[in-house]
Design a protein around this ligand. Sequence first.
Ligand SMILES: Cc1cc2nc3c(=O)[nH]c(=O)nc-3n(C[C@H](O)[C@H](O)[C@H](O)COP(=O)(O)O)c2cc1C
Length: 360
Amino acid sequence: MIPVNQPPENNPGPAFHVGPIPVYGDLILSPMDGFSDLPFRSLARSLGSAMSYTEFVNAIDVTGGTGRFEQRLRYLPEERPVVFQLFDDDPERLVRAAENVMRWNPDIIDINMGCSAKNVSGRGAGAGLLRTPEKISQIFSTLSKSLPVPVTGKIRLGWDDDHLNYLEVARRIEDSGGQLVAIHGRTRQQGYTGQARWAPIREIKECLTIPVIANGDVKSVADIQVIKQQSGCDGVMIGRAAIGNPWIFARMDHEQVPVDEVRRLVRHHLRMMLDFYGEEEGLVLFRKHAVRYVSPYPLSREDRSALLTCTTPEAFLDRLDQILAAPLLAPDGHNGRGSQHQQGNPDAVEEDEPLYACSQ
Ligand SMILES: Cc1cc2nc3c(=O)[nH]c(=O)nc-3n(C[C@H](O)[C@H](O)[C@H](O)COP(=O)(O)O)c2cc1C
């Protein structure tokens, strides 16, 4: 028996439906390779993310039985609705992969048409599909006919500014049976540079009847309201800003979160990582989250390098407690968190290291 997607207590009703599936909430954790694994997704879901998108999975791995795709597709029942995200440039292989992963009962299958990484988009998958709109129609019409669950798509605005075909792509998705479109408001050429554009998302919203999810550069609770107003979207997807601040799904900016709650959640997250990946790998993989959890706190070089090199969870947690207990300078009488960097603390470390293992 598959547990169903239950409305949370005191919820006024679904924000939107994906086909027949009600979605109770308008904020969603973005799929992120290397981040949106079971521990982080379920934690975000418990804080208010309304559905769970897996990290993208290569259809070649699924059909060939290679890679760690099974681990990437594991989920907890309370994460439902669960969306398995696949990518490929070959419609037939995508269909075979989607049919294959149905044995794990996802609620929705999503097709990645936004990945800008050269090794993905360069071979015509991810954002590379935006260059072959007819293939997109083929993929969605075949999948929506052959799968027992809704099929959705995540896109960018186009390949580059000379090829902004988002309206054509979005229409093709809907006309071919797709049940939701999520849009990252950048082109493939932009990668992660410049600003995400939210106005084009309104154009998409106005020409589709299926739900539209807006994405790109939502960094704070205030941004949520702005992107909703500018785009008229049904929901908002949040990626990088949720790393270190999953409370954004409870509509809290990091500085509003009491330090005891930070301590509790970091410990819980670490425990889940150790359980999911094993002690050694779990701790290593948790480091990239840890540096973000403590980023609003004064962090010396020594603290940072200790967090990144601790070899036992106990040593890691000791150091974390020291960081979270540090007295914070507070010029405005507020608890002062987040003020250190602005004050030019000579020992503070700038966020200048690449955080991401992947070049999505
Ligand atoms: C590290 C990283 C991994 C990503 N992996 C995926 C992915 O697997 N599938 C996907 O559709 N998008 C992926 N993205 C794109 C995000 O889902 C999102 O569209 C993008 O980060 C813009 O949103 P943001 O400004 O809220 O981060 C990834 C982004 C990052 C930073």
